[in-house]
Design a protein around this ligand. Structure first.
Ligand SMILES: [Zn+2]
Length: 227
């Protein structure tokens, strides 16, 4: 189960998550575009046969821990938070992806692939993969099997980008690019990792317990042969 996190939402700050950050010159809100892109990324991943879950599907806000908890509950192999950047200077533009400052190698790997695919869609300057303390990516809040990154697709404060984000074809292309990046990352994992990570821990424990039982049943037979 892949988890996509559309940044922000709602009208009030919740658990470290602001309702909105960047706003386009015409009033287009980051929280609206993050959800649109996330929905399209989810459709593309589902079409490729992946199970996908969004942290939110409507205009509501969730705390940063609660967003991570959605991925932790299913031990998601990948968690990608989608955001748009903002700057007081409307000429600033580019695509960047973030990891937590103490991120795993897997998270950095996911971030690099998502970054390169997203840059391919936006066509903007590659501002690279960066690291800082980010609540939604905090390894303490995630399953250790989850690779987590946050993509800042572009600067919404640039009027040209604001206009382009009203074009459904462009929004779809960005969503597909993020989905393709996630797919490319999943392809680097051992074939069983995705399925194994999706199985609840309790079930695996039960199976292991059954194995031990069947082994102990076999043991007396072997002892008889030796005797
Ligand atoms: Zn944001």
């Amino acid at each position: 189960m892949i988890v996509i996190d559309p940044g922000h939402g709602g009208t009030v700050k919740v658990g470290g998550s602001s309702p909105n950050n960047a706003t386009g010159p015409d009033g287009l809100l980051e929280k609206t575009v993050t959800l649109e892109v996330a929905l399209r990324a989810a459709v593309a991943l589902a079409a490729a046969g992946q199970q996908v879950k969004l942290t939110r599907e409507t205009d509501v806000n969730l705390g940063l821990d609660d967003r991570a908890a959605v991925a932790k509950a299913v031990a998601a192999p990948a968690f990608v938070s989608i955001h748009f950047n903002g700057d007081a200077d409307s000429r600033v533009q580019g695509t960047e992806t973030w990891t937590h400052s103490v991120a795993s190698a897997a998270s950095i790997g996911l971030a690099r692939i998502v970054q390169s695919h997203t840059v391919g869609a936006t066509g903007y300057r590659d501002r690279g993969v960066k690291a800082k303390v980010l609540g939604v990516l905090d390894p303490e809040s995630h399953d250790p099997r989850t690779a987590a990154c946050l993509v800042e697709v572009s600067f919404l404060t640039d009027p040209n980008e604001n206009a382009r984000l009203h074009d459904p074809a462009y929004v779809d292309m960005v969503g597909r690019a993020i989905a393709d990046g996630i797919q490319a990352y999943l392809a680097t994992l051992p074939p069983t990792a995705i399925l194994r990570a999706a199985k609840p821990i309790a079930k695996r424990r039960r199976r292991r317990a059954r194995k031990i039982v069947s082994r102990s049943r076999r043991r007396p037979v072997r002892r008889k042969k030796k005797g």
